[in-house]
Design a protein around this ligand. Structure first.
Ligand SMILES: [Zn+2]
Length: 354
């Protein structure tokens, strides 16, 4: 029999967080999780934070998901503007802001935010929100091999179409500026975040274009998508997925960046659908799209599978628009030009949150 997954609490509770923690503890125990006071490798950590002195919880393993808990007496108009910084400072996967008598507002790294109101079945509903996240697997390891053919070191027609499409998305104002991680995190925490999540920084959206039957070009992590220029730094050649790592071909002697965390999702789609020639992911929405059931975190195998399934179900997988719940869209096409032409004027900047 597999041992029960372990959870724990970290930090000092406020009165509101004390009652929230008690409820969380019962619901997790009811679902077969075991509480330990200071476990080595917990699967879930609830990090209780104070707004004026945020103490991050530093995981030792990627498989630990940190849900930071914060008490707030009022509900702000713009929760992302007010609370996103706590999510990042506490090095959490998800921030849960509890307003006693109102409910819990969830904030995710993907800029998702939604409320679970207090009342009947409150803790079961919270559990239904956090379980898919806590059970997902991040696929973020990058392996760089300096075997890119010399004639591709400065890019090709396809990487130029990638730059062009990135500028288009910026023109439509669909690329929020990369979140300035280095400005709000001390160097030690920044290194921690980069190592655990495989991100070069928080930026939103990514693009890719197929090179041949097995390879595709993709934007790097944390870079400005409106200025995709240099191979290795801004654009990477993804050539494989092997032993839970993304394998990249790069030119020799170049300071490389990691590829976007969603490379696993694009990899699955290209593998399954030879007609897909390009993929764009944006934090925007379109009317009438079919969406995934859960909001799995970016860069997880589960998100990739859920999106790949929706692409498979589309009438034409090479011309699909898939909604990622509380997050954004993944759009497939034959070329980037074709995608841009197809979605122009139809993208809504506000992603519905539920
Ligand atoms: Zn995203």
């Amino acid at each position: 029999m597999k041992p029960a997954p372990v959870f724990t609490f970290h930090g000092e509770p406020t009165p509101g967080l004390r009652s929230l923690s008690a409820g969380l503890r019962s619901v997790l125990e009811a679902h077969g999780y075991r509480y330990e006071p200071a476990p080595k490798a917990p699967q879930i950590v609830f990090n209780l934070i104070q707004p004026d002195a945020v103490q991050p919880y530093r995981r030792r393993a990627q498989a630990t998901f940190v849900f930071s808990l914060l008490e707030a007496q009022r509900v702000p108009e713009d929760p992302i503007a007010e609370f996103y910084i706590y999510l990042v400072r506490a090095l959490s996967n998800v921030l849960m802001v509890y307003t006693p008598g109102v409910g819990v507002r969830f904030l995710t790294l993907e800029l998702g935010h939604y409320v679970e109101p207090e009342g009947e079945g409150f803790y079961e509903r919270i559990w239904a929100r956090i379980a898919p996240i806590a059970r997902s697997t991040l696929v973020i390891e990058n392996r760089f091999e300096t075997d890119l053919e010399p004639h591709l070191w400065n890019g090709d027609e396809l990487t130029r179409s990638l730059s062009w499409a990135g500028r288009k998305l910026a023109e439509w104002d669909l690329l929020p500026a990369p979140f300035p991680l280095e400005k709000i995190l001390p160097p030690r925490d920044l290194r921690h975040v980069k190592r655990l999540y495989g991100i070069g920084g928080l930026s939103y959206g990514n693009l890719s274009v197929r090179k041949d039957s097995r390879r595709f070009w993709m934007s790097a992590s944390g870079v400005d998508k409106s200025n995709l220029v240099q191979i290795g730094r801004d654009i990477l050649m993804v050539k494989d997925y092997d032993q839970n790592a993304i394998v990249l071909s790069v030119p020799p002697g170049v300071a490389v960046n990691r590829v976007s965390v969603d490379a696993i999702e694009h990899w699955m789609i290209y593998r399954e659908h030879p007609d897909v020639g390009a993929i764009i992911h944006v934090h925007a929405w379109m009317d009438g799209v079919d969406q995934t059931q859960f909001n799995y975190p970016c860069g997880t195998y589960e998100l990739a599978q859920a999106v790949a399934e929706k692409v498979r179900q589309a009438p034409d997988p090479a011309c699909a628009v898939v909604g990622l719940k509380n997050h954004g869209l993944t759009i497939t096409g034959r070329t980037l030009e074709e995608i841009i032409a197809r979605v122009e004027g139809k993208l809504l900047r506000q992603v519905p949150m539920s």
